[in-house]
Structures are given as C-alpha cells and as structure tokens.
Write a protein that binds this ligand. Sequence first.
Ligand code: GAL
Length: 446
Amino acid sequence: MFNKDFIFGCATASYQIEGSIDKDSKVLSIWDNFTKIKGNIIDGSDGSIVCDSYIKYKDDVRLLKNLGVKAYRFSIAWTRVIDENNNPNQKGLDYYINLCKELLKNNITPYVTLYHWDLPQWIMDKGGVLNDEISDFFAYYTDVVTKALDGLVKDYITINEPQCIMHLGFRVGAHAPGLKYTDKEMLQAIHNLLLCHGKAVRIIRKNVKNSTIGFAPCSRPMVPVSEDKELYDKCYNKYFELVNDYEFPNRVSIYSDPIFLGDYPKEYYLVFKDILPKITKEDLKLISQPLDYIYQNIYTGNYYSLKDNELVKEDFYFGYPEGNIDWLQVVPKSIYYGVKYLNQRYKLPVIISENGFCSNDFISLDGKCHDMQRIDYIKRYLIELEKAFKELPIKGYFYWSLFDNFEWNSGLSKRFGLVYVDYRNGNRIEKDSYYAYKEIIEEALK
Ligand code: GAL
C-alpha cells in the first residue's frame, strides 16, 4: 500500500489547456506560429480555446478537488508573463497567482513546470536554444515567476521532456519550431538547455524558501522478460547507453548524467569528439546543483530478452494491447523498471510526473464516457508502481492528464483526459476513469 504522504496528482501544460492565446497582452510562442502552418497539426486544430482554462480555472480546481488529488502539476506560459521587451506582464502573472491561491484554498499543492515547450517566438527569433543568451533569458523569467508566486509555490520543475523538445522540435521538425538541426547544433542546443536548468535552479534556491526542485525527462524503459540478473544488468546498461537505435542522441544519460552526476557520460566525449560544444567546469557545476527528486514521465516501454548472451528487443505480438496513438503500448512493468534504474544510478527519490492513456473516447447514449481501457491501464501501472514503492523511495504519481487537451501535432484528435472535453461547446464531462482514479486514491490512502 502507498502511505498517507504519497502524492497523487494530475498534470497539464499551458499551451495544451489554456486557450486565450492573445488575451492580456500575451505574446506569441513557437506553438502559436507552428499551428498556423497547414499540415503541421494532423487535424488542423490549435491551442486557441482547447479547455479554456485561462477563463475556467476555478472550474479546473473544482474538478481537481472532487477528484481528491493532493497536487496539481501545471506549467507557466513564458509568453504570458514576460513581454517582447523582456519585461514582466502583471496580468499574465495574476492568472497564475489566482490559480495558485484557488488551489491552496482547496488544499491542493501547486507543482509548477517552468518550461513545457511554449518558447517565446521573439527568443526563437534571436536564435532560440542556439543562442548562448537563452539561459539568461530563462533565469530572468524564473526570477520573475518565483518572486510573483512567493509564498504560494515551493515545488518547481524546470524543464519538461528535454528529449522531446530537442528531438521532435529541433531534429525531426515534427513539433514547433519544426527545425532540423545538425549533430553539432543539437549538442550545442542541449548544453544550452542544461544551462537554462542550472541557472533556474540557482534562482529558485535563492528566492524560494524550502523549495523542492527537479526536471522532468521522459523515457521508454527496457523491460527484461524474466528475472535474470544478467538480463537485468544488460537492460540497465542499455537504458543509459549514449547512442541507441532510435534517436539522436539517446534519451536518458546525455540529459540526466550532467544534472545528477556532474558530467556527460564518458562515451559522449569520445563519440562526439569532433563536434563538442564548449563545456567548462563552471558550466558543469551550475548544471549539477543538488536536486530533490528525479521526476520522470513514463508511459510505455519495450521488452528485452537474451539470445546467445546478446540483448534482443522483442517485437510486440499482433493485437498487443495499445493506446490510440502509435507509440503507446501497454507495458506496465516499464514504470517499475524505470524507477528502479533511475534510483539505482542517480540515488534520489522518484516522482512519476506523467503517466497516462490515450483512447478513442466518446460520449455514450447514457451521456457518460465509459473509458474502461484507461481504468485498466491506470490500475496495471499503479500495481507496478506500488511494487517499486515497497523497494525504493517513490514520492508521487501524476496522471496525464486532468482533461483531454491539445496533443501537440496530433491536435485535438487524441484524448488522454480523466475528463472529457466537448470541443464544440466546451462542456466537460467526468469520464468513468475520473471516478476510478478517485476511488484508487481514497483506497490507497486509507
Ligand atoms: C508527454 C508530454 C505531454 C503530453 C503527453 C502525452 O510527452 O509531456 O505534454 O502531450 O506526452 O502524449
């Protein structure tokens, strides 16, 4: 059983839920522009309304309160709170101040993500992640936010899924800003992103009393098909391997080693020796300031076995359980092994900052949304997380997402929510999984 201190929460992100993309002098983000280009978003939708949370935030909090979660993870839109001259926008800040006050009034702890992908376009125009100045811009933004939310927020997450930012946005161009960087540019940009993290940590520690800080990468853990020690070790090594088969560069160690271990992996300096960015001792010190948690977004994984002593990735059989989005196979043990590997290497308590299921939900004749597969998914993953909880320090779990929202280049066509959103009229309808998660929380915390 999880204990009473275990944090059950829900997560969202600014561009995916807020709407009101031009209210109160908000400036443009790279997503505001990316969505305007025909063909970028599968269904041609954008973030202009979505869940309308900028207007309906009190209703958001009511939904969270009835759900019984202790914590709400949301992100701040940099473009709402800082203008194009790099000055604070008080109206934008007021929105987050009011949201936090409403949450606290209802005994829900705000967990604030500073960067969940909506980079100001004016910073992109100055070179974005390739401009060395970006970490100073990010530090200033962090300073403004932490001062504005003083006394309201102590739990911060600097950056969400650096791997997706870099790979999807800057390598393959499937996400905003739709660029295709070279290897050399990628390494420089990743280093700059890590410096953003480092400078933000320094500011948060200075401005926020009793702060907790983490960053939230994602991963697709290798799941051993049997409990064999040799297989486990090989899966563990593969998880942290620098260059792997599906992405440049790998998902885990290039981002998390500098942050938690104080340097890039050894192979990094060998493999990329001709294209290394300038990395100083001071940089690494800044990047690796102590954190409180390893946050991690885990949705799925892959099975591995040993054949002739070699690690082999298993194919999913035809008809294998999966969600309504191509990468989401149901692999509950991925959450168990993911937290185990991370804790083993980085030795900090883990919080699952995202885990969730996408299904083809619709409203039935009785006016309700019967999303049985999502309930099954949550239960299966929580069984595995509970198993890990008995062995390791695990502090919390955030379900992605409170409601259906703008799923990046899949637009409004993919639903992950516990609450159904009717995009024709903005109606919100609690799905069966909303009530199931509520029951799970009540039961777990008894
Ligand atoms: C994550 C991302 C979220 C959400 C989720 C479901 O990669 O952080 O914003 O879109 O996946 O795909």
